[in-house]
Ligand binder design. Structure first.
Ligand code: ZN
Length: 161
């Protein structure tokens, strides 16, 4: 069957940035499975895979708008170290949930200078053009449970029911 909304797709992928560096890859590991049309993966990749089938291999470049979004300066903020009371060993790279007017968003510490901590709510790949090489390993119909939950079950499912 072809990839269409509500298909479960298993794929191997390699993601590179515009410098050709490998950022992420499933090669040598498990197939990544997702539910097409449910927003499990970035929009640009869902679009590129629509209509493809098992055995197809594609190379696709994805603009930030259909990837992890543009890089937004306003998501970078400075806070005093005292705002992190209760956190031992503050380090660059640590992740937190920050409470904002739009609800909680994940942020990372990108710098600590003296008493000032810089946190960044941008996705690490925000603003980046993404280059995916994908091989499609499996395409199947989703089960009713999977459709109701909006994600795949079985191999690779990591939540309790
Ligand atoms: Zn579920």
């Amino acid at each position: 069957m072809k990839i269409q909304e509500n298909a479960v797709v298993g794929m191997h992928y390699t993601l590179k940035n515009s410098d050709g560096e490998v950022i992420d890859s499933s090669e040598g590991g498990d197939v990544l499975s997702y539910l097409q049309g449910a927003g499990n993966i970035i929009t640009g990749l869902e679009k590129a895979l629509e209509g493809k089938e098992k055995g197809d291999k594609i190379d696709v470049s994805i603009e930030p708008e259909e990837g992890y979004g543009p890089h937004r300066e306003e998501l970078i903020q400075e806070a005093p170290v005292s705002a992190f009371q209760g956190v031992d060993n503050l380090e660059v790279g640590m992740g937190f949930q920050a409470e904002t007017e739009q609800g909680p968003i994940p942020v990372r510490i990108t710098a600590i200078e003296g008493e000032t901590v810089t946190v960044d709510g941008n996705h690490e790949l925000a603003g980046e053009k993404l280059f995916f090489s994908v091989s499609i390993e499996e395409v199947r119909e989703a089960t009713e449970d999977e459709l109701a939950h909006g994600h795949i079950h079985g191999e690779g499912c990591n939540h309790d029911h």
